[in-house]
Design a protein around this ligand. Structure first.
Ligand code: SF4
Length: 454
C-alpha cells in the first residue's frame, strides 16, 4: 500500500508528492494552512490524529470547538473504543482526502472570513512543539479505514459539572450549582424567551455527568500516560475533584510528568498549595483562571465567588508557584462586564503581577459570550456602545501593553444592534437578584443607569 512521503505502509492514498500535495495538484504552501500541513490536504487538522476532547456529560468530541454531533460517550464506551470509533475513523479519512467534516464547521467558517481558526492554530502549535515529523508519523500510521493504533497524546477532560459557582453565562450542564435555580427561572421569568431558554437548559440527566468517577476510565488513561504530551482539565471546577489530584499524582509517579504540559481551567476560588511540589515535575503547568472583572463585580457575575479568596490565590500563584507554572486570566465578555473592561484591564496593569498574565499577549484572553443571547454585548443601546468604545480606545492609547484583542471586541459589539433584547436582559437580571438576594443596581450602578434594570 502506498504511503504519504513513502515512509510507512499503512497510509491508504496513492499520491505521495510532498511538494504538490496529496492529490497531486499544485498547491501553494500558504494555501489555507501556512504551517505546511496544507500539503496533506486543505482540510487537514492534527487533532483527530493526536487528541480527544470530552464534554461534561461524557461526550467524546474532536476538540473543544467541534460540534458535539456524534453519539460517542464515555458513559457507554472506553476511551480506546471512542478513539477508534467509526466517527473518529471517518473524520480522519475525510481530513486526509481534503473533505470537510461537519463537526468542524466553526473552523471552516472562520477561515472563510479570514480569521485564524482553531485548526490552523493547532496545526502550527503541534508543528512548533513536537515537529512536523511527529505529525506526519501519525498520518503515516493511519490505516485505510482510519484506524490509528497509537495512544491519544493530548486529552481535554471536562470532568463533569460539579462546581461551586453559578456564573451568569453558565448552565446546569456546566455547573451543578445551577440545577435548582435553572428550574425556578424557567418557571418564573416574565419573558417567553427567558422561560424557554431555562426550560431547555434544565433538562439534564445528572447521572450522565458522573462518568469520570468510573475507575476503569482512569485505569485506561493511566496506560496512555507514558506517551501523553498534553492534558487539559476543566469542569465544572477541576480543583474541587479528588480525581484531578490523583491524575497529577499518577503523572508524577509514572515519570510521565516531565513530558506533559498540563492546563487547568479554574474559577480561581480554590488553590491547593500542596500541589506545588507535584507541579514542579511537569514540563509546564498552565493555570487559566476565569475572572470576568475584579472585586464585587466578579463576585456577582461568578456568584457566589469570594474575591478575597481569589485575590489571595492570585498572590500565591504569582509569588510562590514553581517556575514551571504560567498563569493566564480568561474573561468571558458579556453585557455585565463590557462596560468595565477598560477598568478591569487597568486593574490588572496596576497589580504589577510578576507571573500572572506574563508571557501572554494582552491582559486577559477574551471569549465573547453569544449565548444566552440576552447577555450579548450587541444588546447595548447605541449611546452605551459609543461610550464603551471610547473608554476602550482611550485605555489602549495609554496602556503599557497593547492587546490585539480589544479592537476585535469593539468591532463585534458594533456589528449589529440587538438592543430590542434588553427587556429579556432586565427580566433575567431581576430573576437573578430575586433568587440570589444580590443587587445589580448596587454592584453595577453606572451600568444600571444605561440598562435601566431598576
Ligand atoms: S478542524 Fe477545527 S473543529 Fe475540527 S478538530 Fe480541528 S480544530 Fe477542532
Amino acid at each position: 500500500m502506498a504511503s504519504l512521503f513513502g515512509k510507512k505502509d499503512s497510509f491508504p492514498f496513492k499520491t505521495v508528492d510532498p511538494v504538490n500535495g496529496l492529490d497531486g495538484t499544485q498547491r501553494e504552501e500558504s494555501l489555507n494552512d501556512p504551517y505546511e500541513f496544507g500539503r496533506i490536504s486543505p482540510t487537514f487538522c492534527v487533532l483527530p490524529f493526536t487528541h480527544l476532547a470530552t464534554y461534561t456529560d461524557g461526550s467524546a468530541i474532536l476538540c473543544c470547538v467541534a460540534k458535539n454531533e456524534n453519539k460517542l460517550n464515555l458513559n457507554d464506551q472506553s476511551l480506546q473504543a471512542a478513539w477508534n470509533s467509526d466517527y473518529l475513523k471517518s473524520a480522519r479519512l475525510k481530513m486526509l482526502k481534503g473533505e470537510k467534516v461537519s463537526a468542524c464547521a466553526h473552523c471552516y467558517a472562520e477561515e472563510k472570513n479570514g480569521y485564524r481558526s482553531h485548526r490552523i492554530t493547532e496545526n502550527r502549535v503541534w508543528k512548533e512543539r513536537f515537529g512536523r515529523e511527529f505529525v506526519l508519523d501519525r498520518v503515516h500510521r493511519t490505516h485505510e479505514d482510519g484506524t490509528l493504533n497509537e495512544d491519544i497524546v493530548a486529552i481535554d477532560l471536562r470532568l463533569g459539572n460539579t462546581c461551586n459557582l453559578q456564573c451568569v453565562m453558565c448552565r446546569p450542564q456546566d455547573s451543578s450549582r445551577w440545577t435548582a435555580l435553572a428550574k425556578r427561572i424557567a418557571a418564573t421569568a416574565e419573558t417567553a424567551e427567558v422561560r424557554s431558554e431555562w426550560a431547555h437548559k434544565s433538562q439534564i440527566n445528572q447521572s450522565r455527568f458522573e462518568w469520570y468517577k468510573d475507575p476503569s476510565f482512569w485505569e485506561s488513561l493511566e496506560t496512555m500516560l507514558p506517551n501523553m504530551r498534553e492534558i487539559i482539565v476543566g469542569g465544572g471546577e477541576p480543583m474541587l475533584l479528588d480525581e484531578t489530584r490523583k491524575l497529577v499524582e499518577a503523572c508524577v509517579r509514572t515519570g510521565a510528568a516531565k513530558n506533559i504540559q498540563i492546563r487547568y481551567h479554574t474559577n480561581g476560588t480554590l488553590l491547593d498549595k500542596s500541589l506545588f511540589p507535584l507541579w514542579k515535575e511537569f514540563k509546564l503547568v498552565e493555570v487559566f483562571i476565569s475572572l470576568d472583572c475584579w472585586g464585587e463585580k466578579n463576585n456577582y457575575m461568578r456568584y457566589p465567588a469570594n474575591w478575597d479568596a481569589i485575590a489571595a490565590n492570585l498572590k500565591c500563584l504569582d509569588e510562590e508557584s514553581p517556575e514551571s507554572v504560567k498563569v493566564m486570566l480568561l474573561c468571558s465578555v458579556h453585557m455585565m462586564n463590557m462596560f468595565y473592561l477598560a477598568d478591569y484591564a487597568q486593574w490588572i496593569e496596576d497589580q504589577n503581577f510578576k507571573k500572572v498574565t506574563k508571557g501572554f499577549n494582552g491582559y486577559f484572553h477574551p471569549g465573547v459570550v453569544h449565548y444566552p443571547p440576552y447577555l450579548s454585548i450587541q444588546n447595548y443601546p447605541a449611546e452605551l456602545k459609543k461610550l464603551v468604545t471610547e473608554k476602550l480606545l482611550a485605555f489602549e492609547e495609554r496602556s503599557k501593553k497593547k492587546s490585539n484583542k480589544i479592537q476585535g471586541i469593539i468591532n463585534l459589539m458594533n456589528e449589529a444592534d440587538h438592543s430590542a433584547r434588553l427587556s429579556q436582559t432586565r427580566d433575567y437580571i431581576r430573576r437573578l437578584d430575586t433568587e440570589r438576594g444580590t443587587s445589580f443596581a448596587k454592584t453595577f450602578p453606572e451600568l444600571n443607569e444605561y440598562l435601566k434594570v431598576y
